[in-house]
Design a protein around this ligand. Structure first.
Ligand SMILES: [Zn+2]
Length: 341
């Protein structure tokens, strides 16, 4: 068994996804990796655990679509250019088919598998998303092998991706893949999502289940993406009733209010008695984030890290959102400092 200190996992192929005129850039990961190494985390390339941990979360048809979508789209008269849907399978449009109807045309499939026009498929998107999932798995594996903290520097991010639906800059749900892999090894994970946006994909993947607790702190979906879910009344379903906790927060939430909500979320997680925490970490709660609307300074992340460390469980950190601004790297340094104090 490997001797782990505090590793940061990353992979070079994640750079292959670099959409133009888009906030989710490789430069984000460059800044975060530099900060993680300066902090003292040990650099590791991710191992490749193959497709089966991805298939434990995602549908076979999504996993067949994503690697082939760009090439199929490039053959059209509209191509080659990033594959972005222009029509979506919303309500009435989907009403006449059987529930599992999948349109045959690539345009129809883009609208079937993608939830928005924010999430382009480029020639390198699949290899990057695949590697991001492997980075998450490497972080989970390090925690199983004794690391108190492992940072999976995943990009593209994952928490908006469902079992069979991608969107919100996310293609594969890295945190869910890590959590499911932990469950398969007899672990009892809780997922804490502190990205500015609700972790709608992660919630949906575990919504019916009692073996993974999901807690998300996020901007009120009445005012922010993803708009349709992330409300406080969403608490799980069937066997999963009571195992989802949403804490929607007002825009302009400051450090004091955020930490209070985080304390309550962590108390619920502690009551679940997990043996490992998967932390979906976003930095778009920072004041000035181009997508965010909250008012956290980088220093708030130190207090957040201390509260999370108070849970007393090993943590697999999975990078989600947070975009280019001067406070991005200091916020990572702060939360790592808080978690390791
Ligand atoms: Zn976000």
């Amino acid at each position: 068994m490997a001797e782990w200190g505090r590793p940061v996992f990353h992979g070079p192929r994640q750079r292959d996804h670099a959409p133009a005129n888009h906030p989710e850039t490789p430069q984000r990961a460059d800044l975060l990796l530099r900060a993680a190494l300066d902090f003292g985390l040990e650099s590791h390339l991710s191992a490749d655990r193959g497709l089966s941990p991805l298939a434990a979360v995602h549908s076979p048809d999504l996993l067949a679509f994503l690697p082939s979508a760009y090439d199929r789209f490039a053959l059209l008269k509209e191509g080659p250019r990033p594959a972005v849907p222009d029509s979506f399978a919303v309500r009435h449009l989907a009403a006449y088919g059987t529930p599992d109807f999948i349109p045959p045309h690539i345009w129809g499939q883009l609208g079937h598998y993608c939830s928005d026009n924010l999430t382009p498929i480029l020639p390198g998107t699949w290899v990057a998303a695949y590697e991001a999932a492997q980075v998450a798995l490497s972080a989970a594996a390090a925690v199983v092998e004794g690391a108190p903290l492992a940072y999976g520097l995943c990009r593209p991010p994952g928490h908006h991706a469902y079992r069979d639906l991608y969107g919100g800059y996310c293609y594969l749900n890295n945190a869910a893949i890590a959590a499911e892999w932990l469950v398969a090894r007899g672990r009892r994970p809780a997922i804490l999502d502190i990205d500015y946006h609700h972790g709608n994909g992660t919630q949906a993947i575990f919504y019916d289940r009692a073996d993974v607790f999901f807690c998300s702190l996020h901007a009120d979906p009445a005012e922010e993406y993803p708009y349709f879910c992330g409300f406080a009344h969403e608490t799980g379903r069937a066997a999963g009733e009571g195992f989802t906790l949403n804490r929607p927060l007002p825009l302009d939430t400051d450090e004091l209010a955020y930490l209070r909500a985080l304390e309550r979320g962590l108390a619920a997680i502690a009551a679940f008695a997990p043996d490992v925490l998967v932390l979906s970490l976003g930095f778009d709660t920072l004041a000035g984030d181009p997508h965010g609307g909250m008012a956290l300074e980088a220093s708030a992340f130190a207090a957040m890290g201390r509260l999370i460390a108070g849970l007393g469980r090993p943590v697999a950190v999975i990078q989600e959102g947070g975009y280019l601004l001067p406070a991005l790297a200091p916020a990572l340094t702060a939360i790592l400092g808080g978690m390791t104090a």
